[in-house]
Design a protein around this ligand. Structure first.
Ligand code: M6R
Length: 622
């Protein structure tokens, strides 16, 4: 939610900042803004509502803004509507009109996160004569920094650390002070922020792709830490204002991985990257015919001692948990609960030292998942994070981390990260089953062999994409779509439905097929599309019966099943087949046509596939 960037060096800052923001636009795109300083001159602020190209047009791609030090922001509105006045950067002084132009203020800043006690702080600042021009919590925090800066006549770092003590919530902040040209000051709590350095330049960003073109040497600023950034140099401070040393990390990503590479959209590119994402993740876990979680520090002893697993996540990552639940229970005979992180964090679920809480997250920054992880740790459970972004908050705070190797995922709708998470969870289930003596050595080897065929089988599914594209052109005007399935097929339905609704804006729901008769079937009318997922042989007939109940009430049916189940064609209007595999692992294949269906439907409707309305890639607010 929201992306921030900063640059200080010898080059013109604005084009670099705009380029960085373009890489972060997946984090929010309601409005955007820049503040740039030309030497000692006052900061120049420019803002624009809507997508980033409006800001780029307004500043002639940044060329119209002189200056070598600046900060930028792309917004996903939390406090205040997406308007010029609420767009960042925000300033400590008064400002008229939209807030663009030269700013007299002592402090100007951008922020990602939420200041929970902003109302109380605003009240305090009003008492001290401050006036407010926007509805944002960011304006409050910028003014609070200014207040401490002036009241105690202290330096920027001390003013910032005092502010950090006073505010509640989450923030990644980048601030410029009138008296400190050429420098950017930063602070972080529970929102991502990295600082990169090169020879005579330094860069700040919410995420790696924004600075990858310029440097691979980055610092991960810690929670409740502040930074003073000048060209090629960064100093870090703790909450007391004492200097601390942080290690410099090297980013090993391929820069091309964050580009579209000839595909029309990131989502389509990422769908096609799934064979590689799954293979790389699997290869990092299976070595010499055995699954090894040694990098995660997850020993066989720990796995053996687990009596209960709680999987906690949000959105698609939660769907991975739902799928993994069936596989873990069936293979490893271990009780599994799957909880939405936003609910888990406020429940009083008893956890003990033999409970393994698995937090699944692509970004590793999802606010609810991070909070749930902390709750689990407080209650004494062991925690395992399955995370894609290296060095993210969830990865840093969990007891054990299992990295998925999907590479950077840019499209808001997740695809390859979902698949990488799924294969990691399958590998965990197989290992648990073996270590706990539920499956034999022979079965273990067989299952690992089958897992290794999944990447090629995904490729085969992708070869059928034209059929899905054709079908999506038929359903482009659908009002409602129902995805149904039982067992693992229900978990697959959940993800298929989310992929459809989040990018096509067609209302869709996923139901456990057996639940339809308990209410939902009343929504079925002539031509309502019902997609039945039918990959589990034990449940096949039952779900087909449920589909027939819909058909007799007018529904139009699509069946998604595995090769060989040709009898389904007698009952449904359109069938999609995926290759056969061990039924525990079939979600990795069956999800792909559903991703493609959502994708092509969104394209046919002329929508912004990669940046669907109202959404952001990583939800760093509660
Ligand atoms: O970064 P995370 O995996 O924690 O994100 C969780 C959800 O926000 C995410 O899966 C979301 O539901 C996606 N838009 C789904 O495509």
């Amino acid at each position: 939610m929201c992306g921030i960037v900063g640059y200080t060096g010898n080059e013109q800052a604005a084009p670099i900042l705009l380029e960085g923001l373009a890489k972060l636009e997946y984090r929010g795109y309601d409005s955007a803004g820049l503040a740039v300083r030309d030497g000692e001159k006052l900061a120049e602020v420019v803002k624009a509502t809507g997508k980033l190209y409006h800001l780029a047009d307004k500043t002639d791609q940044g060329r119209a803004l002189p200056g070598t030090c600046g900060i930028g922001h792309t917004r996903w509105a939390t406090h205040g509507d997406p308007s010029m006045v609420n767009a960042h950067p925000h300033v400590s002084g008064n400002c008229s009109g939209s807030g663009s132009g030269q700013v007299e203020s002592d402090v100007v800043g951008v922020h990602n996160g939420i200041i929970e006690n902003f109302a109380e702080l605003k009240e305090k600042l009003l008492h001290h004569g401050y006036e407010f021009y926007s509805d944002t919590d960011t304006e409050v925090v910028v003014k609070l920094v200014d207040y401490y800066y002036k009241k105690y006549k202290i330096g920027p770092v001390d003013a910032i650390t005092r502010t950090m003590v006073r505010v509640r919530g989450s923030y990644a902040l980048a601030l410029m002070f009138k008296d400190f040209p050429g420098e950017i000051f930063a602070a972080r709590k529970d929102s991502p922020l990295i600082i990169g350095t090169a020879k005579d330049a330094s860069y700040l960003a919410s995420d790696v792709p924004a600075i990858l073109k310029y440097t691979r040497s980055v610092y991960y600023i810690g929670n409740l830490q502040a930074a003073r950034v000048s060209p090629g140099q960064v100093k870090f401070y703790d909450l007391n204002g004492d200097e601390v040393t942080l290690p410099l990390s090297e980013i090993t990503w391929d820069a091309a991985a964050a580009e579209k590479d000839g595909y029309e959209h990131f989502m389509l590119k990422e769908i096609h990257e799934q064979p590689a994402a799954v293979r790389d993740t699997l290869n990092s876990l299976v070595k010499e015919g055995r699954v090894s979680f040694s990098d995660a520090g997850l020993t066989d002893e720990i796995i053996r001692a687990v009596t209960q697993i709680d999987i906690v996540a949000c959105g698609s990552a939660w769907h991975v948990g739902m799928a993994a639940q069936y596989v873990l229970e069936d293979l490893a005979c271990v009780p599994v609960r799957v909880e939405l992180a936003s609910e888990f964090r406020y429940r009083s679920i008893p956890l003990g030292e033999h409970t393994l809480v698995i937090v699944i997250s692509q970004s590793g920054e999802t606010a609810d998942s991070l909070a749930a992880l902390r709750v689990a740790k407080e209650r004494g459970a062991k925690t395992l994070a399955v995370v894609n972004v290296i060095g993210s908050s969830i990865a840093r705070e969990a007891d054990h981390v299992l990295y998925t190797l999907a590479g950077p995922e840019i499209a808001v709708a997740t695809t390859k990260a979902y698949s990488a998470q799924l294969i990691a969870m399958d590998a965990l289930a197989v290992q648990m089953a073996f270590v706990r003596g539920v499956i034999s050595q022979e079965k273990y080897a067989q299952m690992l062999e089958e897992l290794s065929t999944i990447p090629d089988k995904i490729k085969r599914v992708l070869e059928e994409k034209e059929r899905i594209q054709w079908f999506s052109s038929k359903i482009v005007n659908a009002h409602d779509i129902f995805f149904i399935g039982r067992g693992l097929d229900y978990a697959i339905s959940l993800e298929g439905s989310l992929k459809m609704k989040e990018i096509s804006y067609i209302h869709s729901e996923a139901y456990a097929a057996g639940e339809l008769k308990h209410g939902t079937i009343s929504l079925i009318e002539n031509n309502t599309l019902v997609i039945g997922v039918l990959t589990q042989s034990r449940l096949f007939e039952k779900t087909v019966s449920n589909m027939m109940e819909c058909k007799s009430r007018g529904a139009y049916l699509m069946g998604l099943t595995t090769n060989g189940n040709f009898s389904v064609e007698d009952s449904v209007d359109f069938t999609v087949y995926v290759p056969k595999t061990d039924e525990h692992f079939v979600a990795s294949l069956a999800v792909v046509p559903l991703q493609l269906l959502g994708y092509y439907t969104s394209v046919s409707r002329g929508l912004d596939v990669d940046k669907p309305r109202n959404l952001a890639k990583s939800v760093t607010v509660e």
